[in-house]
Design a protein around this ligand. Structure first.
Ligand SMILES: [Mg+2]
Length: 200
């Protein structure tokens, strides 16, 4: 932070969906041994870190609501992701999880929440905690729910073709930017931002 810059100054962020955006899509992924980065993702995250973007993971984990696994399993997996990233000098500023589902949830996790993407709640929560300027921020994901959550939070949504992206591409607003993977989406973000003079 520069001298004189207020501690409360808002920061730009890149919100990242997890499954199909950061890691290979696996149905109800929760075991560390099933986790695999999509190629180039750790370096792409490092470039965002270096350019001064907050990197915030926002993920719907209805497997918790459905009783397939526990919130603790999700947290353990995220610790593993953080360790793997750290070994490549990259980091995530926050992981935000929606454990609910409106129909399939068990007990108190069955509810119409405001944090399950398409709703913008996870992004708004993160923005408040981490002082994010949503209007300068991006939401990158592979599903329509990611695009909706980003749009409703006031960010620029970007679609990746990994995960369910190529299916999603058929039905979304044609004005939304589409990228082969997070690597190309980050190229675009940093070009827009002017924070990397030469694109790697
Ligand atoms: Mg996804």
């Amino acid at each position: 932070m520069n001298k004189g810059e207020s501690i409360s100054a808002l920061r730009k962020a890149v919100f990242l969906d997890r499954d199909g955006t950061i890691n290979e899509e696996r149905n109800y992924l929760h075991r560390i041994e099933d986790f695999a980065f999509i190629p180039g993702v750790p370096l792409a995250i490092r470039r965002l870190n270096q350019a001064g973007f907050l990197v915030i993971v926002v993920t719907n984990q209805s497997g918790v609501a459905r009783g397939y696994f526990e919130l603790a399993d999700v947290e353990r997996l995220h610790e593993h992701v953080a360790c793997r990233l750290a070994s490549e000098q990259a980091y995530v500023d926050g992981f935000f999880i929606c454990p609910h589902h409106p129909e399939a949830g068990i007990g108190h996790l069955r509810r119409q929440c405001d944090c399950r993407k398409g709703a913008p709640g996870l992004l708004l929560q993160a923005a408040e905690q981490l002082h994010v300027d949503l209007s300068q921020s991006f939401m990158v994901g592979d599903k329509n729910a990611d695009m909706e959550a980003g749009r409703r939070a006031g960010c620029t949504p970007l679609l990746v073709m990994t995960g369910y992206g190529s299916e999603t591409a058929r039905s979304i607003d044609p004005a939304i930017g589409r990228f082969a993977s997070l690597v190309e989406a980050v190229d675009f973000i940093l070009r827009q931002d002017g924070s990397e003079s030469v694109t790697a």
